[in-house]
Design a protein around this ligand. Structure first.
Ligand SMILES: NC(=O)c1ccc[n+]([C@@H]2O[C@H](COP(=O)([O-])OP(=O)(O)OC[C@H]3O[C@@H](n4cnc5c(N)ncnc54)[C@H](O)[C@@H]3O)[C@@H](O)[C@H]2O)c1
Length: 350
């Protein structure tokens, strides 16, 4: 992770808003569009209370992206904190319960990237189905042999969509454009969408056994951790692809490796992997109390994922289009302004 940079001037002692994980463009945009509170920007992620500067006690609004980890230590170190405005949909990096118990509101950005993440999902699918990742490497080395690069059509194949919220439904719309059959699973089925878009809800086991491609769009919750694990991999249709653009913790990496080694899965496209924060926090890993032995073990295991040619891995960029980032910033600005006006919006609860 990049070292935290601090602005030259300390913020005013009251009502300041502190943004972590912001680059120069985001800082300029937020400065232009947010008024009424002193703004302070940090480049790196916030993972431990030790990173907080002494003036942080005045911070009322904290805004982070997904590589920060807001636990009780940070919450306790910010006595004036009233709002955590996450610039993401998922809030599994924030201890919402700890925040609520201190009366701190947590807001997210519920709908910035349904098309953006869905489009990236298909970037991963097409990369695998047409072996684009292998072809690029081969052609780049001057080798134009087509040996072993034959792919398969998406048309007529079945895609299983796990989670039919904002992103899952957009994936279904795109899949229909490719002429695919769609099955889906969700504890809260959207019957109207299923009728309009023409897809069927089935239990997860059935989805796994029927689908040529399984794509995950469910949030990471304690119940959903390792949704794809050792017990479930045998249920995949042999040779299927697994795509995960949701959260790494939905898939047990050991189980994924076994499924690939045993030929149960023929490949996987991952924008998120279990323990990915360890890679992004590389420089601050040693001595960081949030990087536990368990997380380090997961990271070492995941290093072997990076070498495999049956995997396409991107570094958590499914959200990262120009348009989506602007939508994220606009909604965050609205969330903060609404909070200051006493009419909070987009609040999430534990
Ligand atoms: N990679 C990225 O850059 C990126 C960007 C945005 C969102 N995400 C992830 O994508 C997830 C989905 O986003 P969304 O906007 O569609 O969320 P959403 O809340 O609109 O939809 C999530 C859906 O998953 C369903 N669900 C919950 N548990 C399930 C389970 N066990 N099986 C099947 N369905 C289940 C919910 O009922 C809901 O319908 C987010 O939680 C976030 O973690 C990743």
């Amino acid at each position: 992770m990049a070292a935290t940079t601090r602005t030259e001037h300390e913020p005013a002692s009251h009502g300041s808003t502190c943004f972590f994980e912001t680059g120069p463009d985001e800082q300029a945009y937020l400065t232009e569009h947010l008024s009424g509170s002193t703004l302070h920007f940090e480049k790196g992620a916030l993972t431990t209370a030790e990173q907080l500067p002494h003036w942080a006690k005045s911070v009322e609004v904290l805004s982070v992206f997904v590589h920060s980890h807001i636990g009780p230590d940070i919450i306790d170190a910010l006595p004036n904190l009233k709002l955590i405005a996450s610039r993401s949909t998922g809030v599994d990096h924030i201890n919402v319960q700890a925040a609520e118990s201190r009366g701190i509101a947590v807001a997210n950005v519920p709908t910035y990237g349904e098309n953006t993440v869905a489009e990236h999902t298909f970037a991963l699918i097409l990369s695998l189905s047409r072996k684009v990742h292998k072809a690029i490497v081969r052609a780049g080395s001057g080798n134009f042999s087509v040996e072993g690069l034959q792919g398969f059509d998406l048309k007529g194949k079945t895609i299983g969509v796990v989670g039919t919220g904002h992103i899952g439904l957009h994936v279904i719309r795109i899949a229909k454009g490719f002429g695919m059959n769609v099955v889906a699973s969700d504890p809260f089925p959207n019957r109207i969408a299923s009728e309009i878009l023409g897809f069927t809800y089935v239990p997860l086991d059935e989805l796994m056994s029927e689908s040529d491609i399984v794509t995950l769009h469910a949030p990471l919750t304690p119940q959903n951790r390792n949704l794809i694990g050792m017990e479930s991999i045998a249920k995949f249709k042999r040779g299927a692809l697994l795509i995960n653009t949701a959260r790494g913790g939905l898939v047990d990496t050991q189980a994924l490796l076994k499924a690939l080694d045993d030929g149960i899965l023929s490949g996987a496209g991952l924008d998120v992997i279990e323990g990915e924060e360890v890679f992004s926090e590389e420089k601050q890993m040693l001595g960081n109390p949030n990087i536990t032995d368990e997380k380090l073990k997961t990271a070492v295991r995941n290093l072997s994922l990076l070498q495999r040619s049956d995997l396409v891995i991107t570094p958590h960029i499914a959200f990262d289009s120009r348009e989506a980032v602007e939508r994220i910033l606009n909604t965050t600005i609205e969330n903060i302004n609404a909070f200051h006006a006493g009419a909070s919006q987009n609040l999430v609860h534990s």
